[in-house]
Design a protein around this ligand. Structure first.
Ligand code: HEC
Length: 137
């Protein structure tokens, strides 16, 4: 015999499965890379990862980025801090991609005028600033 509790349980289960299927694509979209970087960006490997690359990147950061993002990556006004989790967890190629492209409409210039080497050096510098994930790579 089918109890009332059983019917209730079954309907709740059906509704939950339905909701999970419905929300799954949304959850997947939320988990996409840093700033919706394409997978091809995430796969790029940084060819400039030495300590001297980090030092060169630090100089480039001071010249080009510090006026907006702060000399200690702390962020100033609309320019976000770069020592936060989203940046720390971003893959090197995703940072390279975003720095190259910029987002002019919200005030982040494109840095495609810097050489690829210089952009990677900046990525190496950013990652040298307490990014344990990158340090382990
Ligand atoms: C003129 C000011 C300005 C300069 C110079 C600048 N940025 Fe930005 N940057 C911004 C702003 C504003 C944002 C936020 C844009 C947004 O959220 O859409 C941003 C966003 C970023 C982000 C994304 C941060 C996040 O949490 O999503 C990164 C990474 C970044 N900048 C790196 C750099 C680097 C590296 C340089 C130097 C090569 C640089 N920026 C120079 C203004 C600037």
């Amino acid at each position: 015999m089918i109890s009332r509790a059983h019917i209730l349980f079954t309907s709740v289960a059906i509704v939950s499965v339905g909701a999970a299927l419905w929300l799954a694509p949304y959850a997947a979209a939320q988990n996409s890379g840093f700033r919706n970087a394409p997978a091809s960006a995430a796969e790029m490997k940084n060819p400039y990862k030495s300590a001297s690359a980090a030092a060169a990147g630090q100089k480039l950061y001071a010249l080009n980025c510090a006026q907006c993002h702060g000399s200690n990556l702390q962020g100033i006004g609309p320019a976000p801090a770069l020592d936060r989790a989203p940046v720390r967890n971003a893959k090197p190629g995703e940072l390279f991609w975003f720095i190259t492209k910029g987002k002019l409409e919200s005030g982040m210039p494109s840095w495609s005028n810097l050489s690829q080497q210089q952009r990677w050096q900046i990525v190496t510098f950013l990652e040298s600033q307490g990014n344990t994930k990158a340090a382990a790579k």
